[in-house]
Design a protein around this ligand. Structure first.
Ligand SMILES: Cc1ncc(COP(=O)(O)O)c(C=O)c1O
Length: 418
């Protein structure tokens, strides 16, 4: 089914809002993304596509990305459509539609559709891989203290159940070279290592890790690599095969702007066969990735709405999106880096971060800092105190203005000076 047929079929009788964001970007065709990133008047028109709460400045868009109104309305239309057709939809259209969405996501990810499934989120994707290994006592896995808790706990569960061993490295906050990071992971690999997990973008600091170099190093030692792409997918301009990883998981409700409960799992073709599914499904061969996707009856309207999120995302273009998000982060971090009491927990090198950064004020617990920002300055953030990271995570969205970030900078300086 081509995209036009799919959209017609997906729209059914309810009709869908078709994004006009493409027309906006057509006006600026040819403008380099770095220049456009600084054009506040242009981005104000994108901001108008979101319905924002006036009560606070939202700088906590890392949990999940608010959807623009037209993508939200399309999602609601899909909910109505599926409800109207009920089991007719499930029995006749569910599977071809899901396959069409998977094909389009594979296009976005740059991989074969036969290496990709739609999941509910990164947790489901990566936990499927971690639990899908046939761990033996003494087997080892390598990961970082700064990795996401759900995955670390899933590894801990395997350790309890099978006697495998987890080795955790601790990432520096401001590495000077890629080799510093690669060597850190290399130092944790032993002849018993069977899997290495690495974050593409560390969620608590926004640190972008040199995943390709880590994968090359691990592969040279015979170790497969699983990448946590929760924050990198549809945020950074890359294709999964560029990373040469074996497994990649991401959430689509973060930077793609799909509705809550959408994710992807990529498994390189030659790695599918040995992975045990969590749920039984005899319909597919051991070499077919769909064997990992039997999660039972689920909100299928989500699959349909992913198409609308991709439309919006592609209308913007990943290079322009990445440039704007990095500009927003640099706009505020360059104003506070090096000031007394202010501790940036995100690398200084602009290539090592994008939208997300983390900042602390020495002597103030992160939770208190977040509370002061909300109570006294109406700025919504999240306090993080994990491993070597103590600060609030600041995550602008496409709708964020530099004026909002300036308000945050003023608040931070005032708090640090008190
Ligand atoms: C790095 C990282 N991995 C995994 C996850 C889990 O994502 P989800 O809750 O969508 O499964 C998150 C969520 O914030 C994350 O930041």
């Amino acid at each position: 089914m081509n995209k036009r047929d799919f959209l017609r079929a997906a729209a059914g009788s309810v009709g869908l809002a078709v994004t006009d964001v493409a027309a906006l970007f057509a006006e600026v065709r040819g403008v380099p993304s770095g220049d456009l990133a600084r054009d506040e008047a242009f981005w104000a028109r994108i901001r108008a596509k979101f319905k924002l709460k006036p009560d606070y400045i939202n700088l906590e868009n890392g949990y999940y990305s608010m959807q623009p109104q037209e993508v939200l309305e399309a999602f609601i239309a899909h909910v109505r459509e599926v409800n109207t057709e009920a089991s007719f939809y499930m029995r006749t259209r569910q599977h071809p539609n899901k396959a069409a969405v998977r094909d389009r996501l594979a296009g976005l990810a740059g991989c074969s559709p036969e290496e990709l499934i739609i999941t509910r989120n990164t947790t489901e994707s990566l936990d499927t891989v971690i639990a899908g290994f046939d761990w033996k006592p003494g087997d080892e896995a390598v990961m970082a203290e700064q990795d996401y808790g759900a995955m670390l706990e899933q590894f801990d569960l395997q350790a309890r159940r099978y006697g495998m061993v987890n080795r955790r490295v601790s990432l520096p906050l401001d590495p000077k070279t890629d080799e510093e990071i690669v060597d850190l992971y290399a130092g944790a690999i032993t002849p018993k290592t069977r899997l290495l997990m690495v974050g593409h973008m560390v969620n608590i600091t926004g640190h972008i890790l040199p995943v390709r170099k880590i994968a090359d190093m691990a592969h040279a030692r015979g170790v497969p690599v699983m990448v946590d792409g929760a924050h990198a997918f549809a945020h950074l301009d890359f294709r999964i095969p560029d990373l040469d990883c074996d497994f990649y998981g991401a959430s689509l409700h973060k930077w793609l702007g799909a509705n809550l409960g959408a994710g992807i799992l990529y498994v390189r073709k030659d790695r599918i066969e040995k992975l045990w599914p969590i749920y039984g499904d005899k319909a597919f061969a051991d070499t077919d990735i769909r064997k990992l996707n039997h999660t039972g009856t689920h909100p299928v309207h989500t699959d349909l709405a992913i198409m609308n999120a991709i439309d919006f995302h592609e209308s913007i273009g990943i290079a322009r999106k990445e440039a704007r998000l990095r500009h927003l982060q640099n706009h505020w971090t360059k104003q506070v880096r090096g000031l007394p009491r202010i501790v940036l927990n995100t690398p200084k090198d602009p290539r090592r971060s994008c939208a997300i950064a983390n900042v602390g004020v020495s002597g103030i617990p992160p939770r208190d800092l977040a509370k002061t920002l909300l109570d006294q300055h109406r700025i919504w953030t999240v306090g993080i105190a994990t491993a070597n990271v103590h600060g609030v995570r600041i995550t602008p969205h496409l709708y964020t203005t530099t004026a909002e970030l300036d308000a945050f900078v003023r608040a931070l300086k005032e708090i640090a000076a008190a």
